[in-house]
Design a protein around this ligand. Structure first.
Ligand code: PMP
Length: 342
């Protein structure tokens, strides 16, 4: 979540170590509930929904786990799991709008492919994972939400070689309404340059949405956040622009849309959707190698991803941009596509 937060009212009555205060964020008022040691517990979204910020293992609800719907709190794995020790885990991040998962099929095909790229076969088919996701949404009463399927190697073998390990799959889902009006989002976010680089395809299975590849993303995002930025732009092993830590990047130069060729990072489902929308609208979309110096003659920049949708960028390191007409056009087109009633 980005933007300047101004505290406009704080409840001085401290009950059970919890404070309530109200903030104005992008000209709207939101209510927050925070513990005395600073943990955010609850907040109210712009459309008035009460949301919980409890840790993910301390919530009520249901999770699909290896073919069954179980209680959220019982969805545990053993500390001796190969996925935890050796990073043999892949996942997806999906959004549901108006009760329907956007590009569900593509996400589940990618989940299975991601596992294959790590050398394992998902025990469930795309259709079975589709069904499981629908069950999870229903069990948790989710209309607008985020879904997190994950597949990992289990506990049968605790060594580098884990040929006979069982593959587990779980799917969780939680509410995720849209927070910001297009006007607010058009203010744009700020990125720093990451120190870590996306690896060569000969170094890692770069087309897999593999948990291990997020190690450098988390390091990069943390470093950027510590300096007050929202996210980091990662270059690749050649020094070319690659992507943000969890989203793809697009540049507008003289009315044309340029985006790096996805040869060492995820070719995002949102990226492909936005390229399709841009082409339909008659824009030229050029996929090519882009060096960071080109940001000096770039007018607009935006990110795409399931979570960030189309998010304008106003700064990358020393380079400044003004989110303009093309970004706005695509942001609105994407909003309309994902939110259109089925
Ligand atoms: N790159 C990375 C590293 C990501 O984590 C994501 C989010 N899945 C993306 C790109 C965008 O992918 P998608 O549009 O499929 O969400």
């Amino acid at each position: 979540m980005t933007g300047e937060i101004e505290i406009i009212y704080q409840n001085n009555l401290q009950t059970e170590n919890i404070f309530t205060f109200y903030c104005s964020l992008f000209d709207r008022v939101i209510k927050w509930t925070v513990t005395v040691d600073g943990d955010l517990r609850h907040y109210t979204t712009l459309d008035g929904k009460a949301m919980t910020m409890l840790p993910f293992d301390d919530r009520d609800g249901f999770i699909w786990h290896d073919g069954e719907i179980i209680s959220w709190r019982d969805a545990k794995l053993h500390v001796l799991s190969h996925g935890l020790h050796y990073g043999s885990s892949v996942f997806e991040g999906e959004r549901a709008y108006n009760g329907k998962i956007f590009k569900m099929r593509e996400h589940h095909e990618r989940l299975i492919r991601s596992g294959e790229l790590l050398g394992f076969k998902n025990p469930y088919s795309v259709a079975e994972i589709d069904e499981a996701c629908k069950m999870v949404m229903e069990a948790n009463n989710i209309v607008d939400g985020y879904l997190r399927p994950v597949a990992w190697r289990g506990s049968e073998m605790m060594a580098v070689s884990a040929q006979r390990s069982k593959i587990h799959v779980a799917i969780a889902a939680w509410e995720w309404p849209s927070y910001f009006s297009p006007e607010a989002r058009l203010e744009g976010i700020r990125l720093d340059f990451a120190e870590w680089r996306r690896p060569d395809p000969a170094t890692a299975p770069v087309n897999s949405k593999a948990a291990g590849l997020y190690m450098i993303a988390t390091l990069s995002k943390h470093a950027a956040e510590e300096k007050g930025y929202n996210d980091a732009l990662m270059l690749d092993y050649r020094g070319q622009i690659a992507e943000a830590t969890g989203a793809n990047v697009f540049l507008i130069q003289d009315g044309k849309i340029h985006t790096p060729t996805p040869d060492c990072f995820l070719d995002g489902i949102t990226r492909r959707t936005v390229i399709g929308l841009a082409k339909e609208k008659g824009y030229d979309v050029i996929e090519r190698a882009i060096m960071p110096e080109e940001l000096a003659h770039t007018q607009e920049v935006f990110l795409t991803g399931t979570a960030v949708e189309v998010t304008p960028v106003r700064e990358i390191g020393e380079y400044k941009f003004t989110p303009g007409e093309i970004t706005k056009d695509l942001l609105l087109a994407y909003d309309e596509l994902v939110r259109k009633p089925s």
